[in-house]
Design a protein around this ligand. Structure first.
Ligand code: ADP
Length: 631
């Protein structure tokens, strides 16, 4: 190694210091992951170089064989890894190695500080892989030269405590060499059997050859260099898939389902996609990147290729490797590329098909998937018209048929359970299961044993209009329009007609009292136990939808709603009698206002004047309590 010039000492950024401290002083279950992290950094550096060489022909020079070399010195307890990848300039070293740039690292720090053992899988996830080397090292030296740079190389050294030293040095070729001086008790990482087994376990899928000298000093390749997605599915073990998923795609836990195939025919491409079991913390962050890794003829092109999968499948992780795309594709040219269009169509079909299969063959696991990703998948009903019918087979909703939120139902299952004389599919939309379950609107449905879907995801009310009908049956809100239960409501219809005439005057009086607050007051058959409720006009915006729109910052003109009264309820009967005695009785006014506010409260909303509402309730309580104690 060439002589190093004077080194400048610098402190690590505070966050980096904290992280290093935890890395070094906490207990780890899998210290060996540092090997994986260094190999994966080397492989990324080689990918980056290959990618730059597509546009910069000079960058490779004569050194066109890209590989990784590991050397071990058992006696001196030294592990060395080198690559002839992209390398780093001095500024890049300071930026990449001296600081933690990614926002997720903070979250990791918080996770770590709760004294739990750090899950080694999280290291790569949060972009702090390099630091894992300090779990085993007393000192680390990194020498690197950016491809294309003519000047000196950069040397960086640290014991991982508070500071690092940085300076200039000489290095013949481009790339990075990292020398790890192992701690006394970590000497086994200078043993070749150990390194070979770690490579087998974690890095076998790396697309570049990893060399290690054998007993006689002859370098041999210790990994299988054919990328995992290019292999026959029968030749890949579950463990290998899992390792690739976790370490190359930053997946959590075990994947729920693996889709690994090769498309042949007009277009040729391989793909390996994973349906995760758990949602990432930022699934609903609009700026979140998504998409698969795109390769062209085994050359890495880009991460997060969202042109190949729609936003509603943003939870899918994977790799797509095309034989047909030109190597110089860019994000811009991908957008109108007909090859990409065709691949996307097929990939979406494959994912949706895999989900359908999962729902048919492993319904319990599908339920797990649904609780994590259901709300995202539903976006597809709105945005992917082409696959709408297929998506309708796999969407799930909560329902009055089930006792818990977890037991979701498909539309098909709902239809199978429908009463023979039932024409439509009924739903109620609202903020939560708790609220909709208690809604007065459901009373008649419960009474007649008609199932109602609970649409309690904010997106539900939007997509319900996209669904419109399923299997020839219309989706109807139980809180909208004049309830027409068809044959099911024959008896009630007759009763209603009778009540309408005997309550005619009272309904007019109520409308008078409420004035512009409501559009209309009418007798209903949908209530059994409650005195009244509010409904939207047919085709009008529901109260829940209004609330959602408002929360999204939209200005909504509140639509007037219709107050429906239950003629069978004793409050209404008494009111009717009171009205007949004295149409001007002022008590009627108080009660009507109270009933109206109550209807609002029962929908989980707040009355316009909560204080006035409370006062009216109190007045009643005073009267009742006085009556109770009066003998
Ligand atoms: P991550 O690889 O997840 O970004 P690391 O802490 O492992 O996080 O590495 C930080 C950064 O340092 C990398 O993103 C990369 O830019 C740079 N780096 C690390 N190792 C190498 C290498 N062998 N060659 C070039 N750059 C490297």
């Amino acid at each position: 190694m060439a002589k190093t010039a004077d080194l400048e000492s610098r402190e690590f950024q505070t966050e980096a210091k904290q992280l290093l401290h935890l890395m070094i002083h906490s207990l780890y279950t899998h210290k060996e992951v540092f090997v994986r992290e260094l190999i994966s950094n080397a492989s990324d550096a080689l990918d980056k170089l290959r990618f730059e060489s597509l546009t910069d022909k000079e960058i490779m020079g004569k050194d066109t064989t890209l590989d990784i070399h590991i050397k071990l010195d058992k006696k001196a307890k030294i592990f060395t890894i080198s690559d002839n990848g992209i390398g780093m300039s001095r500024e890049e070293v300071v930026e990449n190695i001296g600081t933690i740039a990614r926002s997720g690292s903070k979250a990791l720090l918080e996770k770590m500080s709760d004294k739990e053992k750090l899950d080694s899988n999280l290291i790569g996830q949060f972009g702090v892989g390099f630091y894992s080397v300090f779990m085993v090292a007393s000192k680390v030296k990194l020498v690197t030269k950016r491809a294309g740079d003519q000047g000196p190389a950069t040397v960086w050294e640290s014991d991982g405590e508070n500071a690092y030293a940085i300076g200039e040095t000489q290095k013949p070729g481009r790339g990075t060499e990292i020398t790890v001086y192992l701690k006394e008790e970590e000497a086994e990482y200078a043993e070749d059997w150990k390194i070979k087994s770690i490579v087998k376990k974690y890095s076998d899928f790396i697309a570049f050859p990893i060399y290690l000298p054998d007993d006689k000093g002859k370098e041999e390749i210790i990994n299988e260099t054919k990328p995992i997605w290019k292999r026959e599915p029968a030749d890949v073990t579950d463990d290998q898939y899992e390792v690739f998923y976790k370490h190359s795609l930053n997946g959590f836990e075990k994947p729920l389902k693996i889709i690994h195939k090769k498309a042949e025919g007009l277009l040729e491409y391989s793909y390996l996609m994973f349906i995760p079991e758990k949602a990432p913390f930022d699934l609903f962050n609009f700026e979140r990147k998504h998409g698969v890794k795109l390769y062209v003829k085994r050359v890495f092109i880009m991460d997060d290729c969202k042109e190949l999968l729609p936003e509603y499948l943003r939870f899918i992780k994977g790799v797509v490797d095309s034989e047909d795309l030109p190597l110089n594709v860019s994000r811009e040219t991908l957008q109108q590329n007909p090859i990409v269009e065709k691949m996307k169509k097929n990939l979406v079909g494959k994912v949706v098909g895999a989900l359908k299969e999962l729902s048919d063959t492993r319904p319990d696991e599908y339920k797990k998937f649904w609780t994590q990703f259901g709300a995202v998948l539903k976006e597809g009903i709105h945005s992917d018209y082409e696959n709408k019918d297929k998506l309708l087979e796999i969407v799930r909703f909560q329902s009055s048929n089930a006792a818990t939120a977890e037991e979701v139902t498909s539309l098909k299952q709902y239809v199978e359970r429908m009463r023979t004389d039932q024409k439509d599919i009924y739903y109620i939309a609202g903020e939560s299961r708790d609220i909709v379950e208690k809604s007065p609107h459901l009373e008649v449905f419960r009474d007649k044993g008609i199932e109602v879907l609970y649409l309690v995801d904010p997106i539900d009310e939007f997509i319900v209009h996209d669904i419109y009908n399923f299997d020839g049956k219309q989706l109807k809100s139980v809180t909208q329009g004049d309830l027409d239960l068809g044959e099911l409501g024959k008896e009630e219809k007759e009763e209603k007609e009778k009540a309408e005439s005997s309550y005619k005057k009272l309904t007019e009086r109520i409308k008078n009292i409420l004035g512009d607050e409501v559009k209309e007051v009418r007798v209903t058959t949908r209530l059994k136990d409650s005195p009244c409720c509010l409904v939207a006009e047919d085709g009008g915006m529901s109260a829940h939808m209004e609330k959602i729109m408002k929360s999204m910052g939209q200005t909504v003109n509140p639509t007037k709603r219709i107050m429906e009264i239950n003629a069978e309820h004793s409050i209404l009967r008494n009111m009717n009698r009171l009205y007949e005695k004295d149409p001007k009785d002022t008590q009627l006014e108080e009660w009507v206002k109270l009933l109206y506010d109550q209807a609002i409260v029962s929908e989980g909303q707040v009355p316009k004047d909560p204080l006035a509402y409370a006062q009216r309730v109190n007045e009643l309580l005073v009267r009742i309590s006085s009556a109770c104690v009066k003998d």
